[in-house]
Design a protein around this ligand. Structure first.
Ligand SMILES: [Zn+2]
Length: 355
């Protein structure tokens, strides 16, 4: 089988390698890859900014946004051969901590969790991979290729769940959400906002192309000037850029009792001048909440699949702006203008059957 591997710590070490199909000790469910989504985390791993190989290995099979078909599964488990599935990215830590012990590995407290394609576990950028049944999630078959959006959708499904849990500390009747950054995560965050009946606003620096088009097709309002020019205060803000000036800007834009959810990962640096005295005063006097959210547990995979299944199929397919065959894999990892979600197609025949 062919797999995309990198040597973590060595920039631009990505290559396609040939391996034997993994043996059953790696998991009783064997999955044949259909497609793989590419995201910023993959590019960071390729740039050697992030990622680690499995213990005792030099190279890591990358990829964590999966879509595959079950090839082999033991009888009596929740998936059967032929099912369309995605793999859960994070594995609980071995201790385990209090959260990992109850399936809330997205909230791991000791940092010893592992992640397929990212941290100490081979990923899904491979023609075949194995998982234990509890880490395989069936995808609504009618989603077709849009099932590859499941993993990024899990990130926002968790963010929305946590916003709602925080919101219910008092009477909770939100009207509006501002999403900063109209990439795949931002657009999916906006989709879930629309599905909740909220007024959705996007802020992004792109003036044309698929971002404003997809935002408007969702029935949202798209702002591309300055954050200051976006009118109103928002009950919920989902910050998906990780850009310090935008983060600084959104902290001041939540309504009384408002919630700011930070989803973008930023690097160190990016020093901003913030008047902490005045920010603290506003946060305290208005009962505001600012919190961070990352990753997802099984419940969020199920919520994400439900959210995608309820969405307009055409809109979801428009998020996938570039399909690259495995033979042309290098192109998938070079960003292009107007990319929203790029995917690598591992099995064109299986993909045609899906779509
Ligand atoms: Zn843990």
């Amino acid at each position: 089988m062919r797999s995309l591997t990198v040597e973590p710590g060595i920039p631009d070490s990505l290559r396609l390698e040939e391996f034997r199909i993994p043996s059953a000790d790696r998991g009783s469910v064997l999955i044949r890859a259909v497609a793989l989504g590419v995201c910023g985390t993959d590019r960071e791993i390729i740039a050697a900014d992030y990622g680690s190989a499995p213990p005792g290995h030099q190279r890591l099979i990358i990829g964590h946004e999966s879509l595959g078909v079950v090839e082999e599964a033991p009888t009596g488990v929740s998936v059967s051969p032929g099912d369309i599935v995605v793999g859960i990215v994070r594995q609980p830590d071995p201790v385990p901590c209090a959260n990992c012990a109850v399936g809330e590995w997205d909230m791991c407290r000791n940092g010893q969790y592992t992640e397929h394609g990212i941290k100490s576990l081979d990923g899904f950028g491979s023609e075949f991979y194995r998982l234990e049944p509890s880490f395989v999630v069936p995808v609504t078959a009618s989603l077709g290729l849009a099932g590859v959006l499941t993993e990024p959708a899990t990130v926002v499904a968790k963010a929305w769940e946590h916003c709602e849990r925080i919101g219910r500390r008092a009477r909770w009747n939100p009207q509006s959400v501002l999403v900063t950054g109209a990439g795949p995560v931002g657009l999916l965050a906006g989709l879930l906002g629309k599905e909740r009946g909220l007024e959705v606003h996007f802020f992004d620096r792109a003036h044309e192309g698929p971002k404003p088009e997809l935002a408007r097709a969702l029935g949202a309002t798209y702002h591309d000037q300055s954050l200051d020019a976006v009118p109103g205060d928002f009950d919920i803000i989902m910050e998906c850029t990780g850009s310090p000036p935008v983060i600084g800007g959104v902290l001041e834009r939540s309504a009384p009792d408002g919630i700011v959810c930070l989803l973008g990962v930023s690097g160190p640096g990016g020093v901003q001048s913030v008047d902490l005295g005045s920010l603290n005063r506003e946060v305290v006097l208005d009962n505001r909440v600012i919190f961070g959210s990352v990753n997802a547990n099984r419940r969020h995979y199920e919520a994400a699949i439900t959210a995608l299944a309820n969405a307009n199929r055409d809109w979801l397919h428009r998020l996938i702006t570039r399909r690259v065959s495995l033979a042309e894999w290098k192109q998938a990892f070079v960003s292009q203008t107007d990319d929203i979600k790029t995917i690598v197609v591992f099995d064109d025949a299986a993909l045609k059957k899906l779509a």
